[in-house]
Design a protein. Structure first.
Length: 238
């Protein structure tokens, strides 16, 4: 069997928040975070709420700056340490390599659901026709009624908004995908659809890091579960 290509490497990563409104009090979150993720596998971050799982995902994506250690991403031009990279390099990696599905949909108001998903699909070079086909396929798979496709998601229910969020995250088909509780507000039918999407991305060779509080989903998609409590520092994080 051909060895899987590593796509993400974390080595001794640490994060502490500084509470400037509390006189500069320091709130340690995680320390000594070390693991790697290869293409074609889904690594799940496990542990109770408040142990730093989302903070680790946000450091990999570059939303949070790591205070120590290395976070290496295997991009088009080779390995980049996103913990030390310039903002333009982080943005370039997001465009080419790293996809992210957060817990909340944040989009420009008044843009229709189909256009939101199409825009994500076009980011990886698809023309309008191919982007529309991919977006329509994802929205159908996630049981978003076609009558809603032209409407802005701000008018949707929480579960419908999350399905648009998931469709947008999967539309670009980047080689790294970060998932922060994507199924938290979904019913069983749509949780199963997300599992199917994750398995398809794994077969295509994507490296996936996820947080899943739904045990059934977690057990179905996880190749490995990393217990984040072993990285939790003396004070609880987020």
């Amino acid at each position: 069997m051909t060895p899987r290509r590593e796509m993400i490497r974390l080595d001794d990563v640490a994060k502490t928040f500084v509470m400037h409104l509390r006189g500069g009090a320091r709130l340690p979150v995680v320390g000594g975070v070390s693991f790697a993720v290869a293409g074609g596998e889904c690594v799940v971050l496990g542990g109770p709420s408040g142990t730093g799982k989302s903070s680790i995902l946000k450091m990999i994506y570059g939303n949070y700056r790591a205070d120590g250690g290395r976070i290496e991403i295997n991009g088009p031009a080779g390995w980049v340490d996103i913990a030390r990279a310039m903002p333009r390099s982080v943005l370039a990696l997001r465009k080419s390599t790293i996809g992210y599905v957060s817990q909340f949909l944040r989009v420009i108001p008044r843009i229709g659901a189909l256009d939101i998903v199409m825009s994500a699909a076009r980011e990886t070079g698809l023309d309008d026709r191919a982007a529309r086909a991919r977006a329509a396929s994802l929205l159908t798979m996630l049981h978003v009624p076609e009558r809603l496709w032209g409407l802005p998601p701000a008018t949707f229910s929480g579960g419908e908004q999350q399905r648009i969020n998931i469709a947008r995250g999967f539309a670009a088909e980047r080689p790294i995908l970060l998932l922060d509780e994507p199924t938290a507000s979904l019913d069983a039918t749509n949780r199963a659809a997300v599992v199917e999407l994750i398995e398809a991305r794994k077969r295509a060779g994507a490296a996936i890091v996820g947080i899943f509080h739904d045990e059934d989903v977690r057990d179905r998609v996880a190749d490995r579960i990393i217990d984040v409590t072993k990285f939790t520092t003396e004070a609880p994080g987020r």
